[in-house]
Design a protein around this ligand. Structure first.
Ligand SMILES: Nc1ncnc2c1ncn2[C@@H]1O[C@H](COP(=O)(O)OP(=O)(O)OP(=O)(O)O)[C@@H](O)[C@H]1O
Ligand SMILES: [Mg+2]
Length: 308
């Protein structure tokens, strides 16, 4: 079983305008409202691969209720810690005349130490030895920066494998806690490695693995990704695709990697799955999260190389 944790979800609103004018009254030509948050995206990508995952999240207020209702309407069974503050709505504004996309994000609903303890209890009630737990996304206000590090420690004590995808101090402390998989993109990887970060990207992946994670999946957008673990270091190039919307491709890549890890695949095959699923997400239009058939096609056309 795979579990995803989303501490700071959002009920995303995407608004299109024919021609947006700042300082004027603008009327949207279309509005889309959908649940979001990295763990939710990972669960959606896994569903596209035919694998259901648990969604654990913190939600509050009417927006939190609407988010849960929407997930339930999609057939998920979200497990929720109800928080006092209102769940955020991140807004994406698209000016169709210029194609310019503007994102307006909120910090998110604050959580308390009691909320985090409740989430940990719910997680430990469901996750059993041999399961995977994906910890991803930014921490909400109120969550200490070692929140993921603490969760990794308690999950490991229960025999649960952990995958981490976050940034900043939460990533530094989380990586040191030794997750079974860590998925930074190149920028997050450079920040994590600090001023001594090697400029060579394969040395960078190896340096991060030496900070604590058992395996590192370092993703590089259209350039593909790298995989470092005790068995070796591999590089995969993305297949040549027409990228439609690469936002969330990292979540899809993480889903692909965990899907393959759970199936007991070899390291280079986990990398192949990550890049195949990430690229399938980047190629998907808005109507579907990603297509399984595209991911399978991508698997065959990925150029993979062992570096050490
Ligand atoms: N433009 C693209 N063309 C082909 N593949 C892509 C493209 N963008 C992303 N991908 C695929 O998705 C994977 C993850 O993408 P990326 O490195 O951009 O993740 P990310 O920065 O974590 O993204 P996010 O946080 O928005 O989900 C890449 O390794 C690659 O396989
Ligand atoms: Mg990312």
């Amino acid at each position: 079983m795979i579990h995803t944790v989303t501490l700071n979800p959002s009920l995303d609103r995407t608004l299109h305008y024919d021609r947006l004018q700042l300082g004027a009254v603008n009327r949207a030509s279309s509005v889309r409202v959908e649940p979001s948050g990295k763990g939710v995206n990972v669960a959606a990508a896994l569903r596209s691969l035919g694998q259901e995952a648990t969604i654990l999240l913190c939600a509050g207020g009417a927006t939190g209720r609407a988010l849960i209702d929407d997930l339930e309407a999609q057939g998920y069974k979200p497990i929720c810690v109800t928080v006092a503050e209102e769940t955020r709505s991140n807004v994406t504004v698209i000016d169709d005349a210029s194609g310019v996309i503007t994102k307006l994000n909120e910090a998110g609903a604050a959580v308390t130490i009691d909320d985090l303890a409740a989430l940990e209890r719910l997680l430990l009630e469901r996750a059993t030895a041999g399961d995977w737990c994906v910890l991803s996304g930014s921490l909400p206000p109120g969550a200490p920066s070692d929140t993921y590090a603490q969760l990794i420690a308690v999950l490991h004590a229960a025999g649960v494998w952990t995958a981490l995808d976050t940034s900043g101090e939460a990533l530094v402390l989380g990586a040191q806690a030794g997750p079974d998989l860590c998925k930074p993109n190149e920028q997050e990887a450079r920040e994590l490695a600090g001023p001594a970060a090697p400029s060579d990207v394969s040395a960078l992946a190896r340096a991060i693995q030496q900070m604590g994670p058992r395996r590192v999946l370092l993703t590089r957008g259209a350039l593909g990704g790298l995989w470092a673990d005790d068995e070796g270091l591999w590089q995969a190039e993305s297949p040549a695709i027409a990228a439609v919307n690469p936002v969330g491709a990292g979540d899809a890549a993480l889903a692909g990697a965990v899907y393959a890890l759970q199936a007991g695949q070899a390291p280079q095959e986990c990398l192949r799955w990550a890049v195949a699923v990430g690229s399938a997400k980047a190629a998907a239009d808005g109507s579907t999260y990603l297509r399984h058939a595209t991911a399978i096609d991508n698997l065959r056309s990925i150029a993979l190389r062992r570096l050490s």
